[in-house]
Unconditional design. Structure first.
Lengths: 164, 798
């Protein structure tokens, strides 16, 4: 079937099977490989994308269900080739990852959190990432990365990244 | 090189791999698109054991997009069984079951189709006629005479039963006034990376080349593929520039790879198998140890342990690759950090009708540490002593290193008492006990957990020869090649995949340190297996030691060559030439020098200016043998294994809701000594990650089976990985006792945290419930079981 998706600000018209998940569609049809399949039953969160700014699991949604709603993937928050967003840079600063498999999803969750809450407590951060599993880090350096990103973004006094 | 004088080593530098991962630009196996690739889905056995009478593939073969359905008989006829560690020829392991399937979830047939969805649809249409067979799930039952046999031709379920006696155990037992015995169980869990295993294989008949892209962490992977497919190793090309999404030991999909290799050769197009989570947990052969310990310790009235008898019974599951060796590695630290004079160790491994195991973080050391540390607490309890004091009395003292343990390994270095003192300086032990008692006063159950453990590191795996005398391997190596090109740019190569350990950063840092140049200027590349030097892969907490050692020595060779070229061109004796930041100058006349660019120019363009007999160019390589390695076991079963031993001291406070049985970790402190840390960010991450993994093994994670032999933890809804809510903040107190055997004094840290956290958590739970007169010695300690146990004890108390 024909599906129209708006991903990272660009409209795409695609032919997909109705049963195609949004995750498979992003990866296979649009070559956006930053969303990862971890469990494909909605627990691990490695497939997270932003759906109108809200972190959702792209493995639990069919591509046709995403019509009409702007989708942001990790590729969409990366400012440009070789350039990092403040959140991405903070993850590098604290080494908030090891294997990198859950990382794009963690960063998208962080973007969503900081858009809503520029001054999160540790508990807020822990709660925000609690739906995303990381097997490498034990989460400490991820929590530190998000706290650091929040601090730096507050310092730059830039407007909220929240999608209006 | 002594510790403390480094420019880059041990400094707080970023990890170069991180940039690609934060942008979603890692190159994981599922991200690799090969033209015309076809997809594999699997048909699995629904019974714990069954004879395969017929596979009806007619309907499936006619389904849209389907290219082929492969049965076990065809595969078995065309390939050799997979490599095993023990000498057990009648326990063959194959990618697809042949005649008999031996666990629920075992692969019976494979479907190849244009898309994964089509392959799954067709797999559902395959009708297999099974004759269910009797089965055995429990290791002790499998051990009994008359048990159902998992492999009839083997004649029993026992693959390994060896007893070692190191020292005069009976005499030490007789001389000890006190004894204590304990049964401890380590539940069947694993590392369960967030990326499942995946592989893409393509065969080129004109070049006779099998290209393999895989999410792999496995020694001798290419050799094993070649052997099973009966093609030369030179026809197998494993691509190491694939990012692996977590492994911690288990990413060893040899059966997946041989299956896909056969299919690609048979069908003439690329074939891809990316496990889904169910395949990963059930038929992916990636379970970890399930081990029952019976331990007896002999000690005196002051708590000094003189001798230990340990029996370890491992439930391997249906087949064995290297997994039985996980009973062998702990021999290298069988007494932990303690001065136990003699040990009797009986290691038994049996097959059962459960999923096959593979290597898990620590390779058996975590379970052994649990058994030891539970004993230390129970000794303290029996004597009415503080468990920390009992440990202090038994720990090897700093001045006693190097320390030879009864089983033949010599520990390199350590300062265990100081590490503990540093932790206690940070967290007052008496205040912690007071806090526990205050919680108890509020009606809660609260306990302090302690564990003092070793992390053997460096990966000298002579346990292979110890458990299988037909193996005579004493060589364990890793390699690095450095080339300086004609423009003066440096490329170093490493020869294996990585799964999050930051090896590119390691190599860059070490070479930068030796050559006194910016580590980020060193490109680190990963050639494929045909272009690689030997690597033992990242197992056994070895890469900081082994790849770091190889890179160090390669860089030293390069430095020596640059020095010789510079000295020759300056016309001075080599002793007078000083290497500094890439240039060479005359010690007696510092302005007389040759810059990096000049030295490169001479090496690449001016052969007439080279010292006589030198090779042109600036290419060096080093193959590094494991420090202290090179010996085989003695006839009486003693062997020196790992070169380095890192120490970790866990101290935590835990409370348990007495109504729900729900444990909560309130404080967690770790004293950690892994010698010189090459990259502190990496070490800290691995250590806290290891603790999180250990908390999972202690409280949440288990591949549990029902009485019918069905795996009932088949998804992340049932197999519970700790989330950010379950992992408490962990404070690490570092100490640095350099190893005398390594280039910077570094030890391993890839298994840190995990090797002690389960023991510390189990000890805390037991401290909490001891006032109720109960104990728990089987992991995982589930909330439901703990709640029931507490309720029962409380009812009895009333």
């Amino acid at each position: 079937m024909r599906v129209k998706l708006t991903v990272n600000g660009t409209q795409h018209a695609l032919d997909v099977e109705p049963r195609t998940t949004l995750l498979d569609c992003l990866r296979d049809n649009l070559d956006l490989k930053g969303a990862h399949a971890g469990c494909e039953h909605g627990v691990c969160g490695a497939c997270t994308v932003l759906f109108d700014g809200v972190a959702v699991r792209s493995c639990l949604m069919f591509a046709p269900q995403a019509e009409g709603t702007p989708i942001t993937t990790i590729e969409g928050v990366t400012p440009g080739p070789g350039e990092l967003s403040p959140v991405q840079d903070a993850f590098c600063e604290t080494h908030g990852m090891q294997c990198g498999y859950c990382t794009p999803a963690m960063i998208l969750v962080a973007h969503a959190l900081l858009a809503d809450n520029p001054n999160p407590t540790r508990e807020d951060i822990v709660e925000a990432i609690s739906g995303n599993l990381c097997r490498c880090t034990g989460y400490a350096q991820i929590v530190e990365a998000i706290a650091l990103a929040a601090e730096r973004m507050r310092g730059t006094n830039r407007p909220s990244e929240r999608r209006k | 090189m002594s510790a403390g004088h480094h420019r880059f080593v041990s400094t707080d530098r970023r990890v170069r791999e991180d940039r690609r991962f934060v942008a979603g630009k890692g190159r994981f196996v599922a991200d690799i698109d090969l033209p015309n690739v076809k997809h594999v889905a699997l048909v699995t056995c629904p019974h714990a054991a069954a004879r395969i009478k017929n596979v009806d593939k007619r309907a499936a073969s006619k389904m849209p997009g389907v290219h082929y359905v492969l049965e076990g008989a065809e595969l078995a006829a065309a390939t050799l069984p997979l490599m095993t560690g023990l000498d057990t020829p009648h326990v063959p392991r194959r990618p697809l079951a042949f005649e008999v399937a031996r666990y629920s979830g075992e692969w019976v047939a494979a479907v190849v189709a244009d898309t994964r969805a089509q392959a799954e649809d067709a797999a559902e249409e395959i009708v297999v006629d099974y004759e269910p067979l009797p089965f055995v799930l429990d290791a002790e039952q499998a051990l009994e005479k008359g048990s159902v046999l998992v492999h009839e031709a083997h004649g029993s379920n026992v693959l390994l039963d060896k007893t070692f006696v190191w020292g005069d155990v009976e005499k030490d037992f007789a001389a000890s006034p006190r004894r204590l015995s304990l049964r401890v169980k380590w539940g069947r869990s694993s590392t369960v990376p967030i990326e499942t295993f995946g592989v893409i294989v393509t065969w080129d008949p004109w070049r006779e080349m099998l290209d393999v892209y895989a999410s792999i962490q496995m020694p001798r992977f290419a050799d094993q593929i070649g052997a099973a497919l009966k093609i030369p190793n030179t026809s197998v090309r494993v691509h190491y520039d694939v990012d692996v999404g977590g492994s911690y030991g288990v990413k060893r999909g040899i059966k997946h790879t041989v299956l896909c290799g056969y299919l690609s050769r048979r069908l003439g197009f690329p074939v891809r198998l990316i496990e889904d989570r169910l395949e990963n947990m059930r038929g992916g052969d990636a379970h970890g140890p399930e081990r029952l310990f019976d331990v007896e310790v002999a000690f005196d009235d002051s708590g000094i342990v003189r001798s230990m008898k340990m029996r370890a019974l491992e439930n391997l599951g249906a087949y064995a690759g290297r997994s039985p060796f996980q009973l062998g590695k702990p021999v290298t630290a069988i007494v932990g950090p303690y001065k136990i004079k003699s040990v009797q160790y009986r290691a038994i491994a049996v097959v059962t009708n459960k999923t096959t195991q593979d290597a898990v973080r620590g390779f058996g050391q975590g379970p052994t540490n649990l058994a030891l540390e539970r004993c230390m607490d129970e000794i303290a309890n029996a004597l009415g002593l503080d468990p920390l004091e009992v440990r202090r009395r038994n720990l090897i003292r700093h001045e006693e290193f190097p320390y030879l343990i009864p089983s033949g390994t010599t520990y390199d270095s350590g300062d265990y008492h100081t590490v503990i003192d540093k932790v206690l300086a940070d967290t007052n032990y008496e205040s912690l006990k007071a806090e526990r008692d205050r919680l108890r006063g509020e009606g809660k159950l609260a306990g302090i957990g302690i564990a003092a453990c070793l992390e053997p590191s460096g990966g000298n795996a002579t346990f292979e020869a110890l458990l299988n005398p037909k193996i005579t391997t004493s060589t364990f190596m890793d390699s690095c090649r450095i080339n300086v090109d004609g423009a003066g740019a440096i490329t170093a190569t490493m020869h294996t995949t990585s799964s999050g350990q930051g090896h590119e950063t390691l190599v860059g840092t070490v070479i930068g340190e030796v050559l006194q140049i910016d580590p980020d200027s060193v490109r680190v590349a990963r050639p494929d297996s045909l272009n690689s030097l030997p690597s033992g892969t990242p197992v056994g907490s070895r890469m900081a030691i082994m790849l770091g050692g190889a890179a160090f020595h390669a860089a030293e060779k390069l430095k020596a060559k640059l020095t010789a070229i510079g000295a020759h061109d300056l016309g001075i004796p080599i002793e007078r030439a000083v290497y500094e930041h890439g240039s060479i100058h005359d010690r007696q006349s510092p302005s007389s020098k040759r810059s990096w660019d000049e030295l490169v120019h001479i090496a690449h363009r001016n052969y007439h200016r080279m010292p006589q007999g030198f090779e042109p160019g600036l290419a060096v390589e080093h193959v590094y043998q494991v420090p202290t390695g090179g010996t085989l076991p003695t006839p009486d079963g003693r062997v020196h294994m790992y070169p380095c031993f890192a120490f970790e001291f866990h101290l935590l406070l835990l409370s348990i809701d007495p109504d729900l049985g729900r444990p909560e970790i309130l404080r967690y402190r770790l004293g950690h000594d892994c010698g010189t840390q090459i990259n502190p960010k990496i070490v800290r991450g691995m250590t806290i990650g290891g603790i999180a993994h250990g908390i999972g093994a202690a409280l949440y994670e288990e591949f549990s089976y029902n009485d019918e032999g069905q795996l009932i933890a088949q998804s992340f809804m049932d197999y519970l990985l700790p989330s950010s809510h379950e992992v408490p903040p962990v404070e690490i107190i570092d100490h640095e006792t350099p190893s005398p055997h390594t280039v910077f004094g570094q030890k391993g840290s890839g298994e840190s945290g995990y090797l002690g956290a389960p023991a510390a958590v189990a000890n805390a739970v037991n401290d909490a419930i001891r006032p109720l007169g109960i104990s728990v010695n089987a992991l995982p300690i589930r909330v439901s079981a703990l709640g029931d146990l507490i309720a029962k004890a409380q009812a009895k108390g009333r």
